[in-house]
Ligand binder design. Sequence first.
Ligand SMILES: [Fe+2]
Length: 129
Amino acid sequence: MLDEMLQTADWKSEKHVPVIEAPEMVKPDQVFDVNVTLGKEVAHPNTTAHHIRWMALYFKPEGAKFPYEVGRVQLSAHGESTEGPDEGSVYTHHSCTFRMKTGNPGRLMALAHCNIHGLWQSSEKLSLE
Ligand SMILES: [Fe+2]
């Protein structure tokens, strides 16, 4: 099953774990930033052969049965070129910012997909003032 394929670890020692940077507490219905990045302590490669292909952010309000998808970012350029792999001059970095608001506390959850090491997850609690 897919849930058995979702990997997680401490992002300080595992380069694939998405790092969620968001306020611990926000005002109800006020827009705030959520940064999702990767490799803050241990850098992940960004090459044609090995890269992060997409990242997504979900939010599950407390008491809700299902999560909402806040957004999904496709990271498309990894040095591909007509000259060959890693001969291109464009590399999309694995970092993005979502802006969102909510009227409920809950849990932010991020997914990151490495093209050769699969799906990685992390989550952070979000409280309301
Ligand atoms: Fe990887």
